[in-house]
Design a protein around this ligand. Structure first.
Ligand code: PLP
Length: 497
């Protein structure tokens, strides 16, 4: 039984292969690609005790990327999950106090997006070869800080590919900006936008929808592609670490084969937690998935009331990678909840576009509540959580992980659910040193790179390589442009390469 891919919004249910879906990223009807069915994995839970990360990844991903040969997929995985991570476990679990923390920040950019973006470029390159695309690929990415750097680390010097990252010139942290502007690789281009993230994101979407522009760059032998989190080449690789975490809990004798576990997931675009939902569907014994938000708590409200409403104030918080009001990947969960009904899914998405909101029936919400629990942490609660873990266990959390940790503790206190709980830890504290220092009670917090040194003195943990590199790496990129000029700049970079 071979899996193909279809759009969440396509009533005709046209299908394509995995490699074609990887190349396209997003369906032309605006929908997201989903598999025509879910596979039965060739995997026993007891095997999780000894499978290495790449071997486990192969077992889980092979049925999803089934038009890749064994050799092709294994080669992609070997390149993605090797020495580019600073620990052979790739995603180790740390047991601190009453919780387990699944650390997803040992890759090149010290945030969890590396787990997918170290693999996607290889999947994309192989897909281009399989589908005999003679075209060069231009990856366009709008970023609020983390995705841009992780995408460039993955795509740097990848053959037949250029990548442009647009970031809000005054809207990212100094560490994030430095990480991007010091990026090596002849094919990487970093551009600061005189506007905010939404301006950058809106323009990038416009460029993707511009058919005349697509024709124009085709003359130059180029096609556009995207590295954002709706691509199946980013989504399914994230399923792997849920299984891997279960194996680590088995190894540590925290659970026995078959026991249930909970995961608390700091959530923005709903990609990470949706991967957890797929893991449950594929047979991992998950009891509850906790959807943890910051003050931009549109998802908390949705899971509690059934109404998704983006018409609300937008807050800039200490967990900026979760400052988001439209969680794209939720569309896939809606599609399944609506019984894989494309017409109903498209209707809700149309309502979201025109009115900014939609509503689900109480019966459907009850169904979701069997798996999902949702809550949020204010910035003050986030800071308190960071301080408590450090005081009690000398374990420094980044603000995103702290949101997940806070919601996990709150859930346990509210429900008395004794199921072992794993907090998905999405970034290293070194990525957000100012926020962590404030949380730990430092009165005079140095700005930018100096804060890194200050944090180092306090938490006494070794610098990840990407952080030490920042101190002496030259700034290689200094381009800026107005949102209105982005398209012209893309055309110019294409002509020059
Ligand atoms: C992107 C990101 C998140 C949110 O993940 P989603 O898949 O968008 O829900 C959480 N924490 C960090 C550090 C991130 O970079």
């Amino acid at each position: 039984m071979d899996i193909l891919y279809r759009s969440t919004r396509d009533q005709a249910q046209q299908t394509m292969t995995a490699s074609q879906a990887v190349l396209q990223g997003l369906s032309p009807d605006g929908g997201l690609f989903v598999p025509t069915q879910l596979p039965e994995l060739n995997l026993e839970l007891s095997e999780l005790l000894h499978l290495s990360y790449p071997k486990l990844a192969y077992k889980i991903l092979q049925p999803f990327f089934n038009d890749y040969t064994k050799e092709e997929l294994e080669a992609c995985l070997a390149k993605a999950y090797g020495k580019n991570f600073t620990t052979p476990e790739i995603t180790p679990v740390e047991f601190k106090r009453d919780l387990a923390y699944l650390e997803l920040f040992h890759g090149p950019t010290i945030a969890f997006k590396d787990l997918a973006l170290q693999l996607l470029p290889h999947l994309l390159q192989t897909a281009a070869a399989k589908n005999q695309t003679a075209l060069q690929t231009m990856i366009l990415t709008a970023t609020s800080g983390d995705t841009g750097k992780a995408a460039m680390e993955g795509f740097a010097d990848v053959k037949d590919t250029q990548i442009i990252v647009f970031y809000p010139k005054d809207g990212v942290s100094e560490i994030q900006e430095r990480q991007m502007r010091t990026q090596k690789g002849k094919n990487t281009h970093v551009v600061g936008i005189t506007g905010n993230f939404d301006d950058a994101q809106t323009k990038v979407k416009e460029i993707f929808d511009d058919q005349a522009f697509a024709q124009e760059i085709r003359q130059e032998n180029y096609q556009l592609s995207s590295a954002n989190s709706i691509n199946i080449g980013r989504l399914f690789p994230q399923v792997v670490y849920y299984f891997y975490a279960y194996g680590q809990l088995l190894k540590a004798k925290q659970i026995k084969v078959g026991d249930k576990v909970n995961f608390s997931v700091p959530t923005g675009n709903f990609g990470d937690i949706l991967a957890g939902w797929y893991a449950k569907k594929l047979g991992l014994p998950i009891n509850k998935l906790l959807c943890a938000s910051n003050e931009n708590n549109v998802l908390t409200e949705f899971f509690r009331t059934g109404t998704y409403d983006r018409n609300r104030d937008f807050y800039v918080t200490t967990s900026p990678s979760m400052d988001i009001l439209v969680s794209s990947n939720l569309e896939r969960l809606l599609f399944y909840t609506l019984g894989e009904d494309s017409k109903a899914t498209a209707k809700l998405m149309e309502q979201l576009k025109t009115t900014g909101k939609y509503q689900l029936s109480p019966a459907l919400m009850e169904q979701l509540a069997q798996t999902f629990y949702a809550d949020f942490a204010t910035q003050e609660q986030t800071a308190t959580e960071i301080a408590q873990l450090f005081d009690d266990a000398k374990y420094p959390l980044d603000p995103h992980t702290a949101v997940g940790s806070f919601v996990a503790h709150k859930y346990q206190a509210e429900t008395n659910d004794q199921t072992p709980m794993v907090v998905v830890s999405t970034a290293s504290p070194y990525k957000f040193p100012e926020a962590v220092l404030h949380a730990l009670g430092e009165k005079n917090v140095a700005p930018g790179l100096a804060a890194v040194t200050q944090l180092h003195e306090l938490i006494k943990q070794p610098y990840p390589p990407t952080i030490s590199a920042l101190f002496d790496a030259p700034l290689l990129h200094d381009q800026t442009c107005a949102p209105a000029d982005m398209k012209a700049l893309v055309a110019q970079i294409i002509r020059e390469n």
